[in-house]
Design a protein around this ligand. Structure first.
Ligand SMILES: Cc1cc2nc3c(=O)[nH]c(=O)nc-3n(C[C@H](O)[C@H](O)[C@H](O)COP(=O)(O)OP(=O)(O)OC[C@H]3O[C@@H](n4cnc5c(N)ncnc54)[C@H](O)[C@@H]3O)c2cc1C
Length: 509
């Protein structure tokens, strides 16, 4: 049987990313149609404002102008996540913060990690290995108005308004790729004797039959859970935070915009603070097994420094884990319906984008093609989820904070995945090497681990390096200092550049 009618259920970020990925691949095939059904009554979750650099390639591939994206999505540049108070407050002479930058470390030559150890770790690791550290600290943009769209003088992703982003993606998918958009509630799902989905019963359009179903229904998990009963793999023993209080705080047009996400740790979790052009999105993330809702509310009040007037907090419970399978019969699941860990490294949109792209590139022509693809998709996605669990857990288990039960519980061996334990044992002996990351489905790899491990003063036995390395490394480190100075003098201020982009636009690619 040829696959002719494809439906996506859900019109949040996941649904519309999927609509663009599938639409892009399938719109030239007149035999195939893509429809997106979205409930007019259940709004998208409306959080998910931090992204990672892959999103640039995705938006460019959809043919979306970066200038238009900035004009419509209240977007700002994100060059890093700045982690504050993730270490014991008395353990280091350095200020208690570190950056996970988007520019690769040691960009102009050999890995500088050994040299950083040799020189006594006095500077922040990220500052030693990258010129982007000081650009971030000085609120610089990662590019110039003359730099073409989607290209950067420094690595970057975005902060964005999720609702406006979904609107832009929707317009692109319907106008450019001919995706049909229906507003209706799916009330019932019909199956055949083989357990495949045959049709959706909707309130506005009655029964609609399709050949292939993509579940992007958010935490509802309408198809993969409620219909197909694919089990959930619970990860709450590894990742302890499970609740968020979220709030939007208006800002002034003249306020400085930090070009990074702020992630400030507290006794039972952390707080994200994401600056858009006209407001901040703030989220107090915590483990409700370690902190009561009342205490969390009081702490968020304190974080906002009493500026609470007119603001209301929205509480979002987080079910920590993912589906056991991501493709079952004639249904694929993406986005929050697939699973969620926590927003620490903005991995959710990344995984959705990765999976939707994978599906678009290998979309089955017929039912006969599906079994092999299903197996491959499940294997790849399962691997990717496990590696995200490892990377997020790393932030908690190598911290030397012991000031609350939350931080103590996070270090218990039974909460740390075996794969992560094995790698950490290796990295006590040797600094990470590119070869330690042998699959391209590691969504966080070598560069990310270097910034995390040494941003958090992980102790690696220093390998003896020859005189040649030291000579080259010193020059390389000096080069980074020089480039840093040049960039700081030349790069525009973050807000200034965004204003200019809105007024004049960037050069199209
Ligand atoms: C606290 C928190 C913070 C987060 N922060 C980040 C971050 O910084 N970075 C990041 O990458 N991700 C983040 N995420 C995840 C991010 O929000 C999601 O990846 C993203 O919004 C995609 O959501 P979605 O489209 O899967 O679901 P939703 O936005 O919930 O959309 C679900 C859609 O399904 C539709 N629907 C549901 N039931 C039906 C029905 N019966 N019939 C028809 N339609 C239906 C709804 O109408 C809606 O359109 C965060 C998540 C949480 C909870």
């Amino acid at each position: 049987m040829t696959i002719k009618r494809v439906v996506i259920v859900g019109g949040g970020t996941a649904g519309w990313l999927a609509a663009n990925h599938l639409g892009k691949q399938l719109h030239n095939n007149e035999q195939v149609s893509v429809t997106l059904i979205e409930s007019p009554d259940i709004p998208p979750i409306g959080v998910g404002e931090g992204t990672v650099p892959n999103i640039r390639k995705t938006l460019a591939s959809f043919g979306i102008s970066e200038t238009e994206f900035f004009r419509r999505c209240e977007a700002t540049f994100k060059q890093s996540i700045k982690f504050i108070n993730w270490m014991d407050k008395d353990s280091s002479t350095k200020e208690n913060y570190f950056h996970h930058l988007f520019d690769v470390p040691s960009k102009y030559g050999e890995d500088l990690t050994a040299q950083w150890f040799k020189e006594g770790q006095e500077k922040h690791y990220a500052d030693f290995v990258s010129a982007q550290h000081s650009a971030c600290e000085q609120a610089k943009a990662p590019k110039f108005i003359t730099t073409p769209e989607y290209q950067g003088d420094l690595g970057y992703a975005y902060h964005l308004n999720a609702a406006k982003f979904a609107e832009l993606l929707a317009e692109n998918a319907t106008e450019k790729f001919g995706v049909e958009h229906l507003k209706a509630n799916v009330k019932q799902v019909e199956l055949n004797d083989d357990g495949e989905i045959t049709s959706l019963i909707t309130d506005a359009y009655g029964e609609q039959a399709y050949d292939f179903y993509v579940d992007c229904s958010g935490f509802e998990s309408l198809l993969i859970d409620k219909t197909l009963n694919v089990p959930f793999v619970d990860k709450s023993k590894e990742l302890l935070v499970n609740t968020a209080l979220v709030v939007q705080v208006p800002t002034k047009e003249t306020d400085e915009i930090p070009p990074y996400t702020l992630a400030t740790a507290h006794q039972a979790g952390w707080i994200w603070d994401i600056a858009l052009t006209n407001r901040r999105g703030v989220g107090f993330v915590y483990s409700n097994n370690h902190m009561s809702d009342e205490e969390a509310t009081a702490k968020l009040d304190r974080y906002l420094d009493g500026n609470k007037e007119g603001l209301s907090y929205r509480k979002l419970p987080m079910k920590v884990g993912h589906r056991e399978k991501f493709w079952h019969k004639n249904c694929v699941v993406l986005g929050l319906a697939q699973g969620f860990l926590e927003p620490l490294e903005a991995s959710s949109i990344l995984l959705t984008d990765f999976a939707a792209n994978f599906l678009g590139d290998r979309f089955p022509e017929s039912k006969a093609d599906m079994a092999g693809l299903e197996k491959r998709f499940n294997h790849v996605m399962g691997y990717a989820w496990d590696r995200v669990v490892d990377f997020v857990k790393l932030h908690y288990c190598i911290s030397d904070r012991t000031d609350s039960q939350f931080w103590l519980d996070n270090k218990k061996p039974e909460t740390i995945p075996e794969t992560l334990k094995e790698r950490l044992a290796l990295w006590q002996q040797f600094t990470p090497q590119k070869e330690d990351f042998f699959s391209k489905f590691e969504v966080f790899d070598y560069d990310n681990y270097l910034y995390l491990l040494y941003g958090m003063d992980f102790n690696t036995k220093l390998a003896v390096k020859d005189a040649n390395y030291q000579h080259n490394a010193k020059q390389h480190a000096q080069n980074i200092v020089d480039v840093s100075e040049q960039l700081n003098n030349a790069l525009p201020n973050h807000r200034e550049l965004i204003n200019k982009i809105k007024q004049y636009g960037m050069q199209p690619l």
